[in-house]
Design a protein around this ligand. Sequence first.
Ligand SMILES: Cc1cc2nc3c(=O)[nH]c(=O)nc-3n(C[C@H](O)[C@H](O)[C@H](O)COP(=O)(O)OP(=O)(O)OC[C@H]3O[C@@H](n4cnc5c(N)ncnc54)[C@H](O)[C@@H]3O)c2cc1C
Length: 417
Amino acid sequence: MNTVLVIGAGAAGMMAAYAAAQAGASVLCVEKNEKCGRKIYISGKGRCNLTNACAPDELAGNVVSNPKFLYSTFSKFNNESAIRFFHEQGLATKVERGNRVFPVSDHASDVIRTLETACRKAGVRFRMNTEVRDILVAGGRFKAAVLDDGQTLAADACVIATGGLSYPTTGSSGDGFGWARKLGVAVTDLRPSLVGLRVKEDCCARMEGLSLKNVEVRILDGGKEVFREFGEMLFTRRGVSGPVILTASARIGKRLETRELKMFIDLKPALDEKKLDERILRDFEGEKNRDFANSLGKLLPVKMIPEVIGLSDIAPQTKVHEIRRGQRLQLIQVIKNFPLTITGSGDFSEAVVTQGGVSVREIDPSAMRVKKVPGLFMAGEILDVDALTGGFNFTIAWSTGYTAGINAAKYAAGNED
Ligand SMILES: Cc1cc2nc3c(=O)[nH]c(=O)nc-3n(C[C@H](O)[C@H](O)[C@H](O)COP(=O)(O)OP(=O)(O)OC[C@H]3O[C@@H](n4cnc5c(N)ncnc54)[C@H](O)[C@@H]3O)c2cc1C
């Protein structure tokens, strides 16, 4: 019969459906939402950063969990393949800062439309508003999917592409993890990643909305530095967020499950302590009779001044000319090491991706086949792979989706075990 069932019409599911249909299978893609690609729709602030135009051998360096597992699938379908695919399907793309690839139109909806049209042209049938409740296995092999209403959908092979746990409002509620566990397929610990961090100090709430460009963030676990990066961040009601912080969350999320970590922000990373002292002295020179509280306007953003003053041992009303060298050096320490205590990560509801998933040891990396269950394949965020921002998570979805689709079609045609 050569039938392939794809569960989930997100990035990985649609690519898997397309690839399986192109490889000759009769493909049905079921999706519980009324539309395909709801998460794609909100991705990249509605513009969809669909991949990254880096050299293909740089992809793995941007994968946080299990990059080696992806070598084989990236060798078959990588970022360049994804760009070629979208161009061939008529979607014009552009490259922005950090090699991020977007549709020229700046509309994520065009990415969804392109994928959906490619699927339909290849013969994929979609069934929307259709929720899979369970997976049936008979004789150790995939048999059928059971729908919410009890109906079964039999197929020769199945690709599960139900995503992770992040932004559950888009439909990604982690259903595939439950099916995997039931089948004896290991799922690693799941945690939110690419997410804001919660901070103990209440200064963050007072600085809510303040964005800092060109700062260096250092994070320490006990005495050990576990993260250091330069870039942009912002304060939120409950902590910190922004590009550098999202990257940090991917690197330190596991540690945060068991302990608090110290974070230090260097507000002037371009100036070493000596140069910063010279700069402060220059600023103070013109303001000798002013209160200290009114003397930092050229150096720091307004919202930050009371917080820095609060951590310095200089009273706000001190006249600038009264400030002693020792006090100035201590002020420099605060500016170079603004301290915060990270207590945890944000929730799944605000996380860009899920870290953890179906253990890569359960999956054949060259086919995305579930080793224990012939006929069953998995792709996308359901797997224990995640990457940094920049279009890398979609690249994983396209690549693993493509590999799963091709191999599910091969299996269904009887050309594989
Ligand atoms: C706000 C936000 C912005 C992002 N921006 C980017 C970006 O710009 N670039 C980038 O690379 N990555 C981005 N990502 C990450 C990227 O969107 C995901 O990594 C990617 O969508 C994962 O694709 P997937 O197909 O594996 O899962 P999903 O996109 O989550 O798709 C899973 C699909 O399965 C369906 N489904 C689930 N359970 C069932 C069931 N029981 N029955 C039927 N259907 C089911 C869901 O409804 C959903 O449509 C962003 C994520 C978020 C949340």
